[in-house]
Design a binder for this molecule. Structure first.
Ligand code: MRU
Length: 359
């Protein structure tokens, strides 16, 4: 992998976290933000797998987009000129990329879509150059549709946000986690475009600090009012009356409306309910998994102990201490005021309202 350092920029331009570079995938290395803006050039499915696994690219939609381009790389690396062998290689690549992270369903959604496209293309018995070009077009479509979908999520969310409101968010569900705009942060960008002032409070989001490193960074770059909080400050800030709404993204919504999101989200939802504050979840339909019945069926990723004992370099815990490090938690549906999607806003009972989004 090679990196291009472009340095910090003082003028605002939204950074693209994942895009196609002609014959390779380009990833913004989110592990290095906000200190360094480094773009990586990935040319093999193995490099894409590692990029997703190590969270150089992260956030449910962005992971799906990266994996879709990873499937394209699998096809490009196939050397013979028979559509059957090409299809087998693409299917094998998709199965491999699906092992990179377990919780965000967008990964599996995007890979299933790529597999289906490859099957249809291979049936037409095109030469491999034509197959690769058509498969790339499918990955590009996943990326461009995500941008459009996120904008629509923002439009559907905007009526819940008024000028001067304080809004708390957890983790990063912004432009960096998607093709553009984000999900939970999309209404902030749209409000800003319309001259509304929303005061965003960003939880720092232990242990990987997506709130501090990514949400605070991208909102500040955009000129949006953002205040960074340590995770344990949310209750205090809510009790002061500074927060009128909470909005978060999600990695997977189960059929009953239970929501998997970054560890700590459940606590924020409980606090919101205790303070009478609405708790909104913003996501594309590709994050809703009607095949997963409840939150208890969602696989929760556990990550290395070092993220807690020596996050970003310095050791902060005794050697050998036992550590539990789940990357996500489940917010039960009764804490979710509404789920905001590109197709509209749904509320409880979720097993009915979520299903209606797909009809
Ligand atoms: O571990 P991460 O950084 O991939 O977790 C990301 C989140 O939890 C986001 O809130 C979620 O993926 C939604 S991104 C639009």
């Amino acid at each position: 992998m090679s990196g291009i350092t472009t340095g910090n920029s003082s003028t605002y331009e939204p950074l693209s976290s994942v895009y196609w570079g002609g014959d390779h995938l380009v990833l913004l290395d989110q592990r290095l933000l906000p200190e360094e803006i480094v773009y990586l050039k990935l040319s093999t499915p193995e490099e894409v797998w590692e990029g997703i696994h190590s969270m150089k690219v992260r956030g449910a939609p962005a992971i799906g987009i990266a994996a879709a381009f990873g499937a394209v790389l699998g096809g490009i690396l196939y050397e013979a000129d028979d559509s059957e062998g090409w299809l087998q290689q693409v299917v094998k690549t998709c199965a491999y990329l699906a092992t990179s992270r377990p919780t965000a369903v967008n990964l599996f959604w995007a890979l299933d879509r790529m597999k289906l496209a490859a099957e249809k293309l291979a049936a037409d018995k095109l030469d491999t150059a034509a197959l690769n070009a058509a498969l790339l077009a499918e990955a590009e479509a996943i990326r461009s549709e995500d941008e459009e979908v996120c904008r629509r999520i923002g439009e559907n969310a905007l009526p819940f946000f008024k000028d001067g409101m304080g809004v708390l968010t957890h983790c990063n569900a912004g432009g960096l986690a998607t093709a553009k705009y984000g999900t939970a942060l999309a209404p902030m960008y749209l409000a800003h475009e319309q001259g509304l002032n929303i005061k965003v409070f960003a939880d720092e989001t232990r242990p990987v600090l997506q709130g501090a490193r990514l949400t605070a960074f991208e909102l500040q770059q955009a000129g949006i009012d953002v205040t960074l909080l340590a995770d344990n400050m949310a209750a205090m800030v809510m009790s002061k009356g500074w927060i009128q709404a909470v909005i978060v993204g999600t990695d997977r919504v189960a059929a009953n409306g239970d929501v998997a999101n970054k560890i700590g989200t459940y606590g924020v939802a409980v606090l919101a309910k205790a303070h009478g504050i609405p708790f909104y979840v913003a996501c594309p339909l590709s994050t809703i998994d009607l095949n997963t019945k409840t939150g208890a069926d969602i696989p929760i990723e556990e990550r290395p102990a070092e993220e807690i004992t020596e996050g970003f370099g310095k050791r902060t815990a005794p050697q050998g201490v036992k550590v539990y490090n789940p990357a996500f938690d489940i917010t039960p549906n009764e804490y979710v005021t509404a789920i905001i999607t590109e197709k509209g806003v749904v509320q409880a009972p979720y097993h009915e309202s979520l299903k209606s989004l797909f009809e």
